[in-house]
Ligand binder design. Structure first.
Ligand code: ATP
Length: 237
């Protein structure tokens, strides 16, 4: 089943067209990566998906419904959850309160305590630091908190914008191992924007390469990894 379908999407800022006629699909349980150089339009695509930016053309369908004009906060309630670039956790609140705020949007009748226990089980580092102010976490811990907070709202599709930014290589590996585990064990669909193409393609099922606002190459992770253009531009081959 298709979870997310983007068709003929164009978007930009004033006269700047940042995304031009993009088609992209994420199927149930699929891990899809969106690659591309600086300024290619990756973040712009994510902004349209999370409702921060209105597209100039095209449509976004989520779980079979047109959400092109749906307000951003309603999208999260439906299960389309975005971990933006820069993380956006609440620095003056504890780790625990940040997680509770993540669960806040969630439907009535759900069991927040069970979700919290699950997050602490998944990210033991956060359990150890549950009383610590989020603003004092290390970069890697803050990124884990941002992902855990997003998971508290029980997403059907988790969108992540460059979660590796500013993290040491070992922390990137750790975070990606968590993402991979979530994807496998919960069948969670993931759309990951990433500049670290080699690592991302090792995790993903499929991928798209965006160049100057257009999809330049698409295919399975194996196809992209063996594509000579992708190798030359993104894999340093
Ligand atoms: P990066 O990997 O560097 O984050 P990206 O692929 O996410 O890049 P976008 O942030 O989507 O790229 O930017 C696409 C284009 O839109 C770029 O040319 C950028 O300069 C331009 N752009 C982005 N935000 C704005 C804005 N608020 N106003 C004007 N132009 C913008």
């Amino acid at each position: 089943m298709t979870i997310l379908q983007i068709s003929g999407l164009s978007a930009g800022y004033g006269a700047v067209r940042a995304v031009d006629d993009v088609d992209l699909v994420v199927n149930e349980g699929e891990f899809v990566v969106l690659l591309g150089p600086n300024g290619a339009g990756k973040t712009t695509t994510m902004k349209v998906l999370s409702g921060l930016l209105t597209p100039s053309a095209g449509a976004v369908q989520f779980l079979g419904q047109d959400i092109t004009k749906l307000a951003g906060w309603r999208r999260a309630g439906r299960g389309l959850v975005h971990v933006p670039e820069g993380r956006q956790i609440f620095p003056d609140h504890s780790v625990h309160d940040n997680l509770l705020l993540g669960g806040f949007a969630h439907r009535r009748g759900s069991n927040t305590q069970t979700d919290l226990d699950e997050m602490y089980g998944l990210f033991p580092r956060l359990a150890e630091r549950r009383a610590q102010l989020a603003g004092t976490l290390s970069g890697g811990e803050a990124q884990m908190l941002a992902v855990a907070r997003a998971l508290m709202s029980r997403p059907k599709l988790l969108m992540l914008d460059e979660p590796s930014l500013g993290l040491a290589p070992l922390k990137v590996a750790e975070l990606f191992a968590y993402l991979s585990q979530l994807h496998r064990e919960r069948n969670l669909a993931i759309l990951l924007v990433e500049q670290q193409a080699r690592t991302a393609l090792q995790l993903a099922d499929r991928g798209y390469v965006l160049e100057r606002g257009r999809i330049a190459v698409e295919g399975t992770a194996a196809e992209l990894t063996s594509d000579s253009r992708v190798q030359a531009a993104y894999l340093g081959a």
